[in-house]
Design a protein around this ligand. Structure first.
Ligand code: DAH
Length: 351
């Protein structure tokens, strides 16, 4: 058996020096394995003490014991020092400065419907139109009668319209005693606007409307419309078409345009469905239904107490949700009604 007191003493002295110079407890653990672990010189010597001649056993045994104790002391002292230091560093890095200013009131995000309605309003304001936002609980007279809906028109039926129980309209020319409804269309503001504001009138009404639909991917019982109404002398369908095209360009870019298809609405004559040429349509540019329009029916002009031989007008109504779904390729109405701020934040419109 090779045994040399010098070698083992030297190894342990070197070990103690390394321990004293260690910079971290991790390094310290490696040094313990190296200088006092199973493969170390110290352990190798400890194992052969038993086989030494008895006159040397005691001296070597004492030497090995002392070396192990010296190493252990140095190790213990360094470990205490380093772990105290590391603990201190950890506490410092985790420290919270309670005096730093915090954002206690995160701003949230505007709902894209609100932002888009404002954008539409800006379009009209820039052309000198007035913006109005009539009542959401409206008399049936304004929502239907004044707009030339006959008493038996199917849109009045319970399956479309929310009636407000018990309430009756209290004042006004033709509508006193009329039932109250949640307005089914912003067209309800047409005759109200004509009576309140007079002619000539260029007015856009943006707001919430209500129908008894179930919420699903394409329907919602509460949605938004923008109604435009112009009543003046000498207005023609060319004015209607020009305004629609300008709105399409403002909303959907320079290549957008509109086309009219003959249709029927009680409050316009002639009436048309309005399609939008949507350049960014998924799968290629194409026509998409966007709303209804027409020349204001003489009976509507009469409801407002005006002479239809003197005053003519045009009107159109577009869906705000529809514009938003098209513009951003959103395909589920739930995203629009749930109010999740992570959804709204993606748009950051109008900020
Ligand atoms: N109020 C209609 C609706 O909700 C839309 C509409 C059609 C408005 C024709 C108009 C119009 O002003 O002229 O379906």
């Amino acid at each position: 058996m090779v045994f040399n007191e010098e070698v083992v003493t030297q190894a342990v002295v070197e070990g103690i020096r390394s321990v004293e110079a260690a910079k971290s407890t991790d390094e310290l653990h490696q040094l313990r394995t190296r200088y006092a672990g199973a493969q170390s010189e110290l352990t190798r010597v400890s194992k052969i003490i038993g086989s030494l001649p008895s006159d040397r056993k005691k001296a070597i045994g004492q030497l090995v014991g002392k070396l192990r104790a010296d190493f252990g002391r140095a190790y213990g002292a360094k470990e205490a020092e380093l772990s105290a230091l590391e603990e201190q560093r950890r506490l410092e890095s985790e420290a919270v400065d309670v005096t730093l200013p915090v954002d206690r009131h995160p701003l949230g995000a505007r709902h894209p419907i609100s932002a888009l309605m404002e954008e539409i309003q800006d379009f009209f304001i820039s052309r000198g139109w007035q913006i109005s936002d009539g009542p959401e609980v409206e008399s049936e007279w304004y929502d239907f009668d004044a707009l030339n809906f006959g008493p038996d028109h199917p849109a009045r039926q319970m399956q479309d319209t929310f009636y407000v129980k018990g309430d009756k309209a209290k004042d006004g020319a033709g509508f006193s005693g009329s039932n109250m409804v949640m307005r089914t269309q912003t067209s309800s503001d047409q005759v109200r606007g004509l009576i309140d504001k007079g002619v000539p009138l260029y007015m856009a009404c943006t707001g919430r409307v209500f129908r008894t639909d179930e919420l699903d991917a394409t329907h919602t019982p509460v949605f938004h419309q923008c109604e435009a109404l112009a009543v003046d002398k000498h207005l023609t369908m060319a004015d209607l078409k020009g305004t629609l095209n300008a709105l399409a360009v403002a909303m959907f870019g320079p290549d957008a345009k509109t086309r009219l298809r003959p249709s029927y609405f009680p409050f316009t004559e002639p009436s048309a469905e309005m399609d939008l040429w949507f350049p960014a349509k998924k799968g290629g540019a194409g026509w998409i239904e966007w709303g209804g329009c027409g020349m204001v029916h003489p009976n509507v002009i009469r409801s407002a107490g005006l002479d239809p031989d003197v005053y003519t007008g045009f009107a159109f109504g577009v869906g705000v949700e529809r514009a938003l779904l098209l513009r951003y390729g959103i395909n589920d109405m739930h995203d629009l009604v749930e109010g999740d701020i992570r959804f709204s934040k993606q748009f950051a419109m109008g900020e």
